[in-house]
Ligand binder design. Structure first.
Ligand code: URP
Ligand code: ZN
Ligand code: ZN
Length: 473
């Protein structure tokens, strides 16, 4: 099968140029001018449109059991929502349930393989650590799982003691893993939550008050110091506070192998959101901060301190006692209402995988905060490079997978839950006016989104074995 996308303007992380793209057997075969003369099966007209590499979202949680419920997008509905928003590759986290990492990975593959509609990889959470686990970690490289997430918070569940994080990072250095850090101070959170509960402070904003920014800043600094001492690369996930960005800049100025990711929610929202009657919609960990934090995060992206905008997509229903219709089936999954009376019981997490590109384009490129090249860099090329997917993913060049988004920079719409295809009952950006949206999305050469039409299928997404960590960008 041969297809040509002709007449579009290709945007890469560094260039912008008008050219045609020949796609052959799912790969980009050629880029040039006047390719439309070649005999092909299909010609796609991209005149007046931009042509971008498919987005790479390296931070999703599909079908994740937590808080006596499960995140409401599974590996099909989440992939479909991602595709509608211009993302063609995701990396999801495998939770560790015991001492057998392979068992957890096989379990996650079993859930995802039949449902996957876009390409995907896995990170491995390391939340239980002992010699047995340490011995199994190196074997993950052969499975194509080349990143490990560790936590300095969630004391009774996911947190590792500092000594174990240090040991994990030594293994990471030796075998070529990238360590990802969830940076908050678990001990202080425990104290503050206890105090809030005892004082009867149970409304959603207390979720934020009990997870202070200083804890995040301190934990980022701790992580950077571990990176310095182990000489292992470190990637800070979901950066949310100004001081974290300052510390990351400090580490990078020293030449340390440290990188960072933020997510759209931390660029646009503040703790004020949690005061709304529907404040639980914005509950995630780490929490929303202040406008100063939003501004510093934007600056971090602009100056290159932060390399990636991911999503931490982990949606729940706002009111899981009522069903929504998803692909003609009524579905309801317990959600934020579980914590109506007590913020400690609100499932942490929010939707975003489909929102990321459209929101960042309008608010970032449209408002002059970032260039179109920076947009491509932080949403596709940098995450692909950092997580061992490049140049298969994250770039439009001969030999790469033909994961391509035809983007209409002039498309105007009022965004919200109707547009985003997340399997939940709300959208954080309800009513936002957007300018710029995907019109066609290709996965390995197949058009899976054509305007409002879904042409993808469960099971068509492939698990991608990623390469070991390469280099810091
Ligand atoms: O609230 C969040 N972010 N839930 C997902 C888990 C995590 O820590 O990334
Ligand atoms: Zn996290
Ligand atoms: Zn997460």
């Amino acid at each position: 099968m041969k297809t040509i996308i002709c007449g579009g303007t290709i945007i890469s992380a560094s260039d912008e140029y008008k050219a045609d793209i020949l796609i052959e057997d799912g790969k980009i075969a050629q880029i040039g001018i006047d390719l439309s003369k070649i005999d092909v099966d299909e010609i796609i007209d991209a005149n007046e449109k931009l042509v971008l590499p498919g987005g790479v979202d390296v931070h999703t949680h599909f079908d994740l059991p937590m808080f006596n419920t499960v995140s409401s997008d599974d590996h099909y509905s989440g992939h479909k929502a991602a595709a509608f928003g211009g993302t063609t590759t995701v990396i999801d986290f495998v939770p560790q349930t015991g001492n057998d990492l392979k068992k957890d990975i096989d379990g996650w593959l079993k859930k995802s393989e039949p449902k996957a509609a876009i390409d995907y990889g896995f990170h491995m959470n390391i939340s239980i650590f002992n010699q047995d686990v340490a011995d199994q970690i190196p074997g993950l490289i052969d499975l194509g799982i080349t990143s490990l997430k560790v936590f300095t918070a969630y004391n009774s569940t996911l947190r590792l003691p500092d000594a174990d994080i240090f040991k994990v990072m030594r293994i990471a250095k030796k075998y070529g893993f990238l360590t990802m850090l969830h940076a908050e101070n678990g001990d202080i959170i425990e104290i503050l939550v206890q105090e809030a509960v005892t004082a009867g402070n149970l409304t959603p904003e207390w979720h934020a008050h009990t997870r202070p920014a200083w804890g995040a800043v301190e934990a980022v600094t701790r992580g950077i110091s571990f990176s310095a001492q182990t000489e292992a690369p470190l990637y800070i996930v979901h950066m949310n506070a100004a001081g974290e960005v300052d510390q990351l800049a400090y580490g990078r100025d020293l030449g340390l192998q440290v990188m960072g990711e933020t997510c759209p929610q931390y660029l646009f929202f503040t703790v004020e959101q949690l005061l709304r009657p529907d404040g639980s919609k914005w509950i995630c960990s780490p929490p929303m901060r202040s406008e100063e934090d939003n501004q510093r995060l934007w600056l971090g992206i602009m100056e290159g301190t932060i390399q990636v905008v991911g999503t931490d997509h982990c949606p729940f229903f706002f009111d899981g006692s009522k069903s929504i219709t998803y692909e003609e089936i009524d579905i309801k999954i317990p959600g934020k209402e579980l914590g109506k009376e007590d913020f400690t019981k609100i499932p942490n997490g929010l939707p975003g995988v489909g929102d990321r590109l459209p929101i960042l384009w309008t608010e970032g490129v449209g408002k002059g905060r970032i260039t179109p090249n920076q947009f491509v860099a932080v949403t596709a090329t940098n995450p692909a490079k950092i997580f061992g997917l490049y140049p298969k993913k994250g770039v439009i060049q001969p030999g790469s997978d033909a994961d391509i988004v035809i983007w209409d920079p002039n498309k105007r719409l009022t965004y919200g839950v109707e547009w985003s295809k997340h399997r939940t009952d709300y959208n954080l950006y309800e009513g936002w006016e957007l300018e710029g949206y995907p019109v066609k999305v290709f996965l390995r050469g197949k058009c899976i989104v054509d305007g409002k039409k879904w042409q993808g299928n469960a099971g068509e997404g492939k698990f991608i074995k990623r390469m070991p960590f390469g280099q810091v960008i």
